[in-house]
Design a protein. Structure first.
Length: 417
């Protein structure tokens, strides 16, 4: 029922079933039903209720020797912990559950584990997320499972954007969009392709509109799809230089679905930095919701944000120091695009006289090369115009188009995702 992209209706149906069949709690059927209730609860962002059901079913599943259900419960608990401020514990559970599924050839459980890990790796270790997705595609081809492929392309593409393997993402999305599938899967691919097109300075509205048509026509009510749409629109806004719209859409995405906070964080801080909105950037950095999440990519994102804030405050030594660390951080985990984008920020926000060091000039030159290879026209244009403007130094303060810090404050603690 939860696969119908209507988790609220699914949960209502499942709870009615529980009211009638709850006396089966100590049986395999009861465990399966509780697992589905927990899953539907996660789908409506009611993480606390999901964890209550998981705590209830796990001892029974262990006692009955229901290994698939045990692994599913471990993965579900890991997914919940990601969004309640325990990300490292969560990833231990997710990776452990995935290994348990692989070791016992639990294919129906291994795939959901791979999906979850590759999703959370988007702000953890995107290169690993991309490797997991590619391996999953290969498994799908080997066993003749089209579903494996559909489940791998979306998360793999987002990871590929950060890694800088845009041609792979473009080819995968174009290929899988030609294959008949569910409205949710096709909508996700259209949103992903819209992001890639925005990154390349190409029109993305057609993909966003088609994704919306699929979502609404398919009766999809899962709130994460609204967040996907806002996220794709935010990338398009950033590409056309509309910082206020970028931040408003990013905030909306994370407000609807809490676990989008680390995904939209780089857009929020970059748009604020480029607009010279010190207050908005400071509010985004201090937002408590994104503090719940952890990952190497997110750590580098935070360093780049901190560097941008220091630059807007004309604390040049701090800005240069943090940009160096952010660039090293992205390079260490193989995120070529993020490294190039951080160098764009450096060139835009720090005057030439304050970054006159060979390693920083090399980073800007490498950024130009990477962005040219990727075809990232909006970032290339920003690099050229920003580097020229940086000769005189940026002006700290708020842009008229800037979203207020109060508006950004919605990146704060919400009930769950």
């Amino acid at each position: 029922m939860t696969w119908l992209a209507d988790p609220a209706r699914a949960r209502a149906f499942l709870l009615e079933a529980w009211a009638e069949f709850g006396d089966l709690e100590e049986t395999p059927a009861g465990v399966a039903l509780m697992n589905e209730i927990a899953r539907a609860s996660r789908g409506v962002n009611d993480v606390a209720t999901a964890m209550d059901w998981l705590d209830r079913l796990m001892p029974i599943a262990e006692r009955l020797g229901l290994l698939p259900e045990v692994v599913t419960g471990i993965l579900a608990r890991g997914s919940c912990l990601v969004v309640v401020g325990r990300p490292r514990e969560a990833m231990v559970l997710l990776r452990g559950g995935h290994q348990l599924a692989l070791a016992n050839d639990l294919r129906d459980t291994e795939l959901p584990a791979r999906i979850l890990i590759s999703f959370f790796e988007q702000w953890g270790d995107p290169a690993n997320g991309l490797a997991l997705a590619r391996e999953g595609l290969e498994i799908g081809r080997r066993v003749g499972s089209r579903n494996y492929g559909f489940q791998m392309v979306g998360n793999g593409s987002i990871c590929a954007f950060r890694v800088g393997d845009w041609d792979w993402a473009a080819a995968a999305l174009d290929e899988w969009l030609t294959i008949e599938s569910s409205a949710t899967q096709l909508a996700e691919f259209h949103y992903d392709r819209a992001i890639l097109r925005a990154l390349r300075g190409e029109p993305s509205a057609t993909d966003i509109e088609e994704a919306r048509r699929l979502r609404l026509g398919g009766g999809v009510t899962d709130p994460q799809w609204e967040s996907y749409e806002s996220w794709a629109q935010a990338w398009a806004a950033l590409a056309r230089g509309d910082g206020g719209e970028t931040r408003a859409l990013s905030v909306r995405a994370s407000e609807i679905t809490g676990y989008f906070a680390p995904l939209v964080f780089p857009l929020v801080v970059r748009a604020a930095a480029w607009a010279g909105d010190r207050d908005g950037l400071e509010a985004a950095i201090a937002g408590p919701l994104v503090a719940r999440y952890a990952g190497a990519a997110l750590d580098a994102d935070r360093l780049a944000a901190r560097a941008g804030l220091a630059a807007l405050e004309h604390r040049w030594l701090a800005a240069v120091t943090d940009y160096r660390e952010a660039l090293r951080g992205y390079r260490a985990i193989g995120l070529a695009f993020d490294e190039a984008a951080a160098a764009v920020d450096l060139a835009t926000l720090v005057p030439t006289s304050e970054r006159a060091a060979p390693d920083l000039e090399d980073a800007i030159a490498a950024s130009r090369s990477t962005l040219t290879r990727l075809g990232a026209k909006p970032f290339l244009a920003r690099l050229e115009s920003g580097a020229a403007a940086a000769t005189a130094g940026p002006v700290a303060g708020s842009s008229p188009a800037a979203t207020t810090s109060a508006g950004l404050a919605v990146l704060e603690d919400r009930a769950g995702a």
